[in-house]
Design a protein around this ligand. Sequence first.
Ligand SMILES: [Zn+2]
Ligand SMILES: [Zn+2]
Length: 239
Amino acid sequence: MKLIADLHTHTIASGHAYGTIRENAAAAKEAGLEILGITEHGPGIPGAPDLIYFRNLEAVPRYLSGVRVLLGCEMNILNDGTVDLTEKELERIDFGIAGIHRFCFTDQGKEKNTDSVISAMKYEKVKIISHPDDDHTPLDYDRLTDAAKEYHTALELNNSSLRKPQNRWNCEENYRVMLRYCMEKRVPVIIDSDAHDPSQVADQALAIRFAEECGLDEELVLNTDRKRLLEFLNIPDKK
Ligand SMILES: [Zn+2]
Ligand SMILES: [Zn+2]
């Protein structure tokens, strides 16, 4: 499986990542990617940028090192099912990722956790749910995949989670269950690095191997095809 994009990467703006947008783009170019997502954490994470960062993204060129750059945000899903950007920032980002981070979310059991994630899927800009894999905040994968299908949201297979599964309870088993439902219901999947350093950009190899072992077909993996990916994100292709 060959990927053409890595949509989930962080830079120094996130407060606990170590490269710049340009360094991430150069790393993406070096790895042969066509499209790079820059998705800083939403303001609920300590050290993450303030809302004004996301309002000013028009300042950034959408091509760097010859790579198409998409500027988004990895928003925090809050217990009430909202996210930590307002409509004003949601309008300005190219696409949104939403995920549970325990700085901003308290485990309320599988069903309520799943309700919160499903509510976040209803925002038009939320196109991806990041790392739905950790039993610190368990999820109901049958309901999650039904909702992903209904609300046109992709579920992420996160390479960083697979690199340090000791931090993510039952991560591998949860992904096996999730991918089985995705294949059965034809729910799109995206494979991302979740890089926090330029050296990790495009580091998707573990996740690719895992997907292949699970028998996931390429047509379900959004970032194997430029046209399919951009159409899914509702972003026009400008070469
Ligand atoms: Zn982070
Ligand atoms: Zn992330």
